[in-house]
Design a protein around this ligand. Structure first.
Ligand SMILES: *Cc1c(COP(=O)(O)O)cnc(C)c1O
Length: 491
């Protein structure tokens, strides 16, 4: 046999093996009829799910806690779609929290716009590489347009830039590293630099500092006014004391809507203090910042345009599916300087860069194309329904506050700035903390509605939080009813 013959034979062998593997992997490429079948079954599942969503319990307690998934291990051969959807329903959707339920009044209530889910579908089907303008200019432009829209909402100048990240925690991390680099902080400075926050600052700030390698940074807990807002006078005093002690005041971390109570810090007055001492002024608007869309509360955000960095979560107050928050930086160059990187294998630039690229403004390279989950809803619906929904949430919260305040033996926290307030029931006898803990627990086990709690000035308080676009007046009345009835059963 000549060498040439053996090569031909080897190639024939190879081709036959290739065809065998191609046939075995053929199911990875469903044809049009198969796709129609899959999508129609998934759509039926979605419709069944959504048909019951308005009366869906906010919490479903089960013994198994989704363990059925383990009874169906990942093996060599596939399963029928109906059986898979059943596994999904029994072990995932019908277990634990129901974040889409209008009766979810705990934490920061999430929900997920149908149009946003379709945006995710389009993004996943087309799978555009959304890291660089040079690879998918349209994806970069879409995200930059949405970021510009949000920058305009808060009154940022044209030089502002932002990044779309998976959530508030990541957006806060990007704010921290941007602020660190902007102030030229090096490892040796970490033990003497000071961050000013309050006891109600979200823990994502502490976490970001730690992940950024700055866990030694001094956290100064500034005192609050009677409405649980950072007090600018006490901030100024704390900065002066730290300067006098030879420390390095670095960042003011203010909140535009705390998670505990929805309080908005006096941003304009805090911006004055930060500017006076040349500190980085960060505003965490993850929960509350987008309430700037509502005329009812817009004036509370005065001063946000002076922040050096702002975090806003679209998956909270813009109702998108989970996985979309933005960091905006007033001087966009600083965001880019903190995140830009390149490498030899990235040297082929396919198109001229006439827009900034997401990969240069955040920690990710290959990234989820998040834009469509917000772009599609905004394009289809316009901004107006979002404004109306947020105004409705504010008024529902005020309504609930007044109703609960008027009930005998109920105590309420401060009047809501946005859509959260705290309350507790004061029993005739026994420990109030203990009683309210039992109350929250009994409400969770009942599952009709869900409330969560916090500790304010050392007292156990129940939070009432409204943010789902599906929550309306009937839900609030139902919730108050559940609270009263549950109290009666506990007495
Ligand atoms: C929710 C929230 C965060 C964290 O955002 P994630 O998207 O959950 O990471 C940060 N700050 C505030 C005020 C929040 O309410």
């Amino acid at each position: 046999m000549t060498i040439r013959e053996s090569t031909v034979e080897a190639a024939a062998d190879l081709a036959s093996s290739i065809r065998k593997f191609a046939a075995e992997s053929r199911t990875l490429e469903p044809d049009a009829a198969e796709r129609r079948h899959l999508l129609s079954r998934v759509n039926e599942f979605a419709e069944d799910f959504l048909a019951g969503v308005d009366s869906r319990p906010a919490f479903i307690e089960t013994e198994h806690k989704g363990r059925g998934l383990y009874a169906s291990p990942i093996v060599e051969t596939g399963m029928d779609l109906d059986a898979v959807l059943r596994l999904f329903k029994d072990n995932v959707t019908d277990v634990g929290l129901s974040p889409v339920s209008p009766r979810f009044l705990a934490y920061i209530p999430p929900c997920s716009l149908y149009q946003g889910a379709l945006g995710d579908f389009l993004a996943a089907i087309t799978n555009q590489f959304a890291g660089y303008f040079s690879s998918c200019p349209g994806a970069a432009r879409m995200e930059n347009q949405l970021l510009r829209w949000m920058a305009d909402l808060i009154g940022y100048p044209p030089g502002a830039l932002g990044a779309m990240l998976s959530g508030g925690s990541l957006a806060i991390l990007s704010s921290v590293v941007t602020a660190r680099d902007a102030h030229g902080l090096k490892g040796r400075d970490y033990e003497t630099c000071v961050v000013y926050m309050t006891n109600l600052t979200h823990h994502a700030m502490d976490k970001a500092l730690r992940i950024a390698g700055m866990k030694e940074a001094i956290r100064r807990r500034v005192g609050m006014d009677g409405g649980f807002r950072m007090d600018p006078r006490q901030l100024d005093q704390a900065i002066r004391a730290d300067l006098a002690a030879g420390l390095r005041p670095w960042m003011v971390a203010a909140s535009a809507g705390t998670t505990d109570l929805g309080c908005v810090d006096p941003l304009d007055a805090l911006a004055d203090v930060a500017a006076r001492h040349a500190l980085w002024f960060h505003v965490d608007g993850a929960y509350g910042g987008l309430f700037i869309l509502s005329d009812l509360v817009r004036d509370k955000f005065k001063g946000i345009e002076r922040a050096d960095s702002v975090v806003l979560n679209a998956h909270k107050a813009l109702f998108t599916p989970f996985g979309l928050a933005v960091v905006l930086v007033r001087d966009g160059q600083l965001l880019q300087r903190a995140h830009f990187h390149t490498a030899n294998y990235l040297q082929d630039t396919l198109l001229e860069e006439d827009e900034v690229s997401p990969a240069d403004l955040g920690p990710e390279l290959t990234r989820n194309f998040r834009g469509p989950r917000l772009w599609l809803p905004l394009k289809l619906l316009g901004v107006a329904p979002f404004r109306a929904a947020l105004s409705e949430k504010i008024l529902l919260t005020r309504y609930a506050y007044e109703k609960i305040k008027a009930l005998p033996r109920f105590e309420v926290g401060p009047y809501p700035d946005l859509s959260v307030f705290a309350f507790r029931y004061v029993p005739e006898q026994g420990d109030a903390d203990e009683f309210n803990r039992r109350l929250v627990d009994a409400i969770r086990r009942d599952g009709t509605i869900l409330l969560s709690s916090t500790t304010l000035d050392g007292r156990y308080m129940i939070r009432f939080a409204v943010l789902s676009y599906r929550t309306h007046l009937d839900t609030i009345d139902l919730a108050i009813d559940v609270i009263r009835k549950t109290i009666a059963t506990l007495k």
